[in-house]
Design a protein around this ligand. Sequence first.
Ligand code: NAP
Ligand code: ZN
Ligand code: ZN
Length: 352
Amino acid sequence: MTTHTSVPAYAAPSAKAPLERITVQRREPGEHDVLIEIKYSGICHSDIHTARGEWGEGGHFPIVPGHEIAGVVAAVGAGVTRHRVGDRVGVGCFVDSCRECDSCKAGLQQYCTGKLGMVGTYGRAGRDGEVTQGGYSTHIVVDENYVLRIPDSVPLDAAAPLLCAGITLYSPLAHWQAGPGKKVAIVGLGGLGHMGVKIAHAMGAEVTVLSQSLRKQEDGLRLGADHYYATSDPATFETLADSFDLIVNTVSADLDLDAYLGLLRTDGTLVQVGAPERPLPVSPFALITRRKSLAGSMIGGIPETQEMLDFCGAHGIGAEFELIRADQINEAYERVLASDVRYRFVIDAATI
Ligand code: NAP
Ligand code: ZN
Ligand code: ZN
């Protein structure tokens, strides 16, 4: 029988209740497990959707959110070969998958079609039946195959948001070949969006930010955008008609997709990564008139996440963040909901 250790964490006790300090049980590291001392944990908008029950999973409350985890290996199981005590490591949105389906074999564990499915870092029953608890905590135990190496050139606090925000933008930008000669628009300059600007710029694309206002224009240009437009100005949609090869929509709220599809060139693609709770209507004519594509993308697999971390290491890319104490999490949630985040809140795990 597996023994457990209690560790402190911050959890949502039920949907819509504020987060509070609790203790959770972490299993003793098994043969292929890594015990990570968490140093930093990013706050993703998905944490808020989940903690507030917006995605309607019913939920395994109390739930400890957090899937942008950066820390240091504190112990390893006897069979671990990929990581050593003292290594700087990260954990993203999932901690296991079936390992046998076509997706898993292709390194696309996030699209696992096996019976186990992708085991989310929090709120999901794992292969041992225990419900996972995430990164707003001091320690976590994860199978070595789902633990990433963080390059030395990226500080751990700036690295944490790469584990979700970074890979969620890297994957579609790589898949739809953002690069020299490509015009890419990033919709929403929040946690995901600001990583998209940095990464698309580093890939060599011409980058435009489409934000609700010009409030963050200076930041956007500093982060690597070539152009910046306010979507509250109807003239933006005329000026930029037929402009982009690729648009990545990171907005966490409802958006008029037809208006954005109008900004694509012939054969262009709009990739949805934002995940608001309600359906988004699309007019067939917005797609068929110029052979446009509407696509979706979810985080990235383990090999691609490592590739993204190495890419960020080579290009000196980390997140822009505001470091907070654990007792500021609820306040930070409100600020994220008000689009008042520059550009990720990162929890200092030492304050948990
Ligand atoms: P975030 O930091 O809150 O950023 C979202 C941005 O969307 C805001 O900064 C804001 O940008 C814009 N926005 C917010 N409300 C808006 C509104 N009513 N109308 C127009 N624009 C609005 O959130 P995030 O952490 O980046 O996450 C964004 C979304 O992606 C969430 O729904 C999250 O669950 C989802 N997500 C998906 C994946 C995936 O794998 N597909 C992974 C992680 C997160 P401006 O102020 O610039 O307008
Ligand atoms: Zn996330
Ligand atoms: Zn699988």
